[in-house]
Ligand binder design. Structure first.
Ligand code: GDP
Length: 297
């Protein structure tokens, strides 16, 4: 968790500093609450969460002297409470459990699939990958490399192949090979939203021919560094497929972890894991308390 801590401390330093900078010990009045609310909003926690947190603070402390340490502790506790219900790992319920992985290009989809493959393979599950982003040859190649690294089979076809056909073949193969988890990569060309919507809908339609209950999960991968843009990505992908969970990547960089809190507050979607680096072991289960504390440390 050091990476997450380092990453978040880089981003949260700003938030922590701005909270500390506002006061060391001061009477909690309206002006102070407003300043704190602004600092929270500036750190991407969103207006709703910012209001909730400052209200919780005001509840017992209004008109009393407070220290910045106290405030950060209380905020961390409130954030942990808010995040706790969304901290849910991916649970494999079917055989094969079929997971569609969606998200805009560059969000970290392929990398996340590689990391998930490694994680579940390490737990003794039989994993298979399907290179459904057939639009980009590089994406297919990259997935193959991740598959080799994790030592799991990758079903791929050439550039421009029909992704639905590929998904059909992959699921058929997964059933025949006693696979536990099938992770399907998809294209993320949001500039052609209608086309993407149709493509994903077709993948879903076609894999249902093999298993009517599939896909069992649709994971949306979001890059934390895009800040507020993450909200519109969730909005859009919720229209495209039934998003069942989120993976938030790049929390090791200069990311503002605050956006994760805002997303949890607004959408209540499970955060199944977080990405804290480019390596194969850099996917971590999402732990509410730890995250909240890192954000406020
Ligand atoms: P895709 O287009 O959505 O499949 O995105 P990729 O998986 O190709 O990732 C895009 C870039 O982000 C690559 O350079 C990855 O190494 C990088 N990346 C993905 N996840 C993380 C993460 O958690 N942390 C960091 N620092 N980089 C990441």
């Amino acid at each position: 968790f050091q990476r997450l801590k380092d990453g978040l401390s880089r981003s949260s330093t700003k938030l922590t500093d701005s909270i500390t900078g506002i006061f060391t010990k001061r009477k909690l009045d309206r002006a102070l609450l407003d300043e704190l609310e602004e600092a929270l909003i500036a750190a991407d926690l969103g207006p709703a969460t910012a209001e909730k947190l400052t209200k919780a603070l005001a509840k017992d402390r209004f008109d009393k002297e407070v220290t910045s340490d106290e405030v950060r502790r209380l905020f961390a506790d409130e954030i942990a409470k808010l995040l706790d219900p969304v901290a849910k790992p991916l649970v494999i319920t079917q055989k094969p459990h079929v997971v569609l992985v969606v998200g805009v290009n560059g969000s970290g989809k392929t990398t996340t699939i590689g990391k998930l493959a490694r994680l579940y393979q390490g737990q003794g599950k039989r994993v298979m990958l399907a290179a459904g982003d057939t639009f980009r040859a590089a994406a297919v190649e990259q997935l193959k490399i991740w598959g080799e690294r994790a030592n799991v089979p990758v079903i791929a076809r050439g550039e421009g192949a029909d992704p639905a056909g590929l998904a059909f073949d992959a699921l058929t193969e997964a059933k025949a090979s006693d696979i536990d988890l099938l992770l399907i990569d998809t294209a993320g060309r949001l500039q052609n939203k209608a086309g993407l919507m149709e493509e994903l809908a077709k993948i879903v339609r076609v894999i249902k021919k093999v298993d009517p209950s599939a896909p069992h999960d649709c994971l949306l991968v979001l890059d934390a560094t895009v800040g507020q843009n993450a909200h519109s990505q969730v909005d859009i992908f919720k229209q495209i497929c039934q998003v069942s969970g989120l993976v938030i990547t790049k929390l090791d960089g200069s990311a503002k972890g605050g956006v994760l809190v805002a997303l949890a507050e607004r959408f209540g979607l499970p955060v199944v894991a977080i990405g804290v680096g480019e390596g194969q072991d850099d996917l971590k289960p999402f732990a509410a308390q730890e995250f909240a504390r890192s954000l406020m440390d």
